[in-house]
Design a protein around this ligand. Structure first.
Ligand code: 5RP
Length: 232
């Protein structure tokens, strides 16, 4: 797998933000997996933290590694969330949802005192949009919603987005942890990210979109021999 070392170095660097007694949002994806594994090693050495997973996949992983988890309904404070991203720009705006977990990821990030993004250098971009933007939609009416998503993206300056329902095994739609579909929107470039986010949020049938604005305040980019930390 590409950039494994860089991902792991970013994940390990995020441990310096973790303190005894914290409740920690646990992201989803291959980079976040490195963080959960590194955190589990600290827990095995005596660190006392509780985790709040952002997906069933992460819940299973964290449980299997011995991290105590809190049901989200019992959480009153999340001190820090550590998660990956599909793209991060120079203003710490993100595209997320490549792992179809964007809804829970956004709820948990938004509820956290601090969201830390951990990534390898391939995720850094000048302008968001090369990675297809995931938009989570209700199965009911999804073809209608997809047309509205197209219109919204065009109105935000995206030139002819190409929108597909994400499919998995047997060419069936991928079902998210929330029971929804994902529309992958190929934009090439998203020239006005706040406008795109605002317009997408107004569409009935859109449960959440993968544009994360103003959520990440720390971005850690791993390298071959360490990591660089950027604060926003
Ligand atoms: C899952 C996500 C992931 O954080 C994103 O897809 C990055 O994943 P990876 O670390 O495997 O590249 O948003 O919904």
């Amino acid at each position: 797998m590409a950039f494994e070392r860089e991902k792991e170095n970013a994940a390990v660097a995020a441990l310096e933000f973790v303190e005894d007694g914290m409740t920690i949002g646990l992201g989803t994806g291959s980079t976040a997996k490195f963080f959960v594994e590194a955190l589990a090693e600290e827990v095995a050495d005596g660190l006392m933290v509780k985790g709040v997973p952002t997906s069933e996949e992460t819940r299973r992983l964290a449980e299997s590694l011995g991290i105590t988890l809190l049901p989200v309904e019992q959480v009153d404070r999340i001190h820090v969330t550590v998660d990956g991203a599909d793209e991060v720009d120079g203003d710490a705006q993100l595209i997320k949802g490549g792992g179809a977990a964007l809804l829970r990821e956004k709820i948990i990030a938004n509820a956290s005192d601090l969201m830390i993004v951990i990534a390898d250098p391939s995720k850094q971009v000048e302008v968001l949009g090369a990675f297809p933007l995931p938009v989570e939609v209700t199965p009911f009416g999804f073809t209608i919603t997809a047309k509205k998503v197209y219109d919204a993206l065009q109105a935000a300056g995206v030139n002819r987005p190409r929108i597909e329902v994400r499919t998995g095994g047997g060419n069936k739609p991928v079902i998210t942890d929330g029971g929804n579909f994902i529309l992958d929107c190929r934009c090439s470039v998203i020239p006005d990210v706040p406008k795109a986010a605002a317009l997408l949020s107004t569409i009935p049938g859109v449960v959440e979109h993968g544009l994360f604005i103003g959520l990440a305040r720390t971005v850690i980019i791993g390298s071959d021999d360490g990591a660089s930390i950027f604060e926003y």
